[in-house]
Design a protein around this ligand. Structure first.
Ligand SMILES: Nc1nc(=O)c2c([nH]1)NC[C@@H]1CN(c3ccc(C(=O)N[C@@H](CCC(=O)O)C(=O)O)cc3)C=[N+]21
Length: 291
């Protein structure tokens, strides 16, 4: 049996079409959605993701402002820019591409973005609201994963879900969203004993561990839905330079019922949900100003 491919690119195209319609309606009312992206340093991977985010905005009719800083920029320069963007009513979303260079206190930077423009959903207030299943900005990668899971039609209520990884930007919000959807969730991490005991129980397995091809077919329950959040560039061996996920796709696809590819899976959906959060922010601003 080989797994059905969950095509993140195709799903992204479909959802971005709906987002473009909403963005055009907002522009017609004088509230064109606008996303500000700050990139600090010249990490090649971050540059690709930021380029894809800006390109996604352009195609969806969302205005984008991009601010690039050298890796040694003083934190107060960035904090001053955030204050300016927070105060600018024409800006609806603000994103500071992570990771940040060592002179930054990452939590302080994320908290400096006003809650109603925190389209990453990383601000503690949005995290708190999400944990109480209240209206909040949902972090883009976990939200994109939920959209992909919905597209498979697999029931989430009562499903055994296992998340490998407990990061603030993926693992923890992922577990929260799956819990809110009624799944029974196990979060595994570097301290977990007998990882395969947990992964082999999972109807839904989300790999966000940051290790290339870490999850193999032997670790997967036959027929499970496998979501690969990993994005690794291989440095050695025959595939050097190629992108791969945290899942060993070839062996996993022999066992899983459905699986996401890397590239072409979670990545495009992450960007799609960022665009949606920016449109949601502009829709809220339009309602507040009575447009
Ligand atoms: N403040 C912040 N918010 C983020 O959402 C955020 C971040 N920082 N830092 C890094 C991670 C990673 N991330 C990705 C976005 C798009 C692709 C993407 O476009 N992936 C393509 C491949 C891109 C390529 O060719 O390298 C794909 O999987 O098909 C991947 C990863 C967002 N992140």
């Amino acid at each position: 049996m080989t797994a059905r491919i969950i095509d993140g690119k195709a799903l992204a195209e479909q959802v971005r079409g709906e987002i473009a319609t909403r963005a055009a309606a907002l522009a017609a009312r004088g509230e064109q959605p606008c996303l500000a992206v700050l990139l600090i340093g010249a990490d090649p991977a971050s540059a690709v993701y930021v380029r894809n985010k800006v390109a996604g905005c352009e195609k969806a009719g969302i205005r984008s402002l991009r601010f690039d800083y050298s890796a040694d920029v003083a934190p107060d320069v960035v904090m001053a820019k955030l204050a300016e963007l927070n105060a600018d009513p024409a800006v609806h979303g603000i994103l500071v591409q992570l990771p940040l260079p060592p002179q930054f206190d990452e939590a302080a930077v994320l908290e400096a973005i006003s809650v109603e423009k925190d389209v990453d959903g990383f601000h503690a207030e949005n995290v708190g609201r999400l944990s109480q299943n209240q209206e909040a900005f949902i972090p883009c990668t976990p939200h994109g994963v939920m959209k992909m899971l919905e597209s498979t039609g697999v029931p989430l209520a009562g499903a055994e879900a296992v998340v490998i990884g407990r990061s603030n930007i993926v693992g923890k919000p992922m577990a929260m969203l799956l819990t809110n959807a009624g799944a029974t969730v196990t979060v595994c991490h570097s301290k977990t004993r007998d990882l395969a005991f947990h992964t082999r129980r999972a109807d839904i397995l989300v790999a966000a561990v940051g290790k290339p091809r870490f999850v193999t077919g032997a670790m997967i329950k036959p027929g499970a839905v496998v979501i690969d959040v990993g994005i690794n560039r291989l440095t050695d061996g025959p595939d050097a330079g190629k992108l791969c996920g945290d899942v060993d796709f070839d062996s996993a696809a022999q066992v899983a019922g459905a699986i996401t590819p890397v590239p072409g899976g979670v990545g495009p959906m992450t960007i799609t949900m960022l665009l949606e959060n920016t449109v949601i922010s502009a829709e809220r601003a339009a309602r507040r100003s009575g447009r």
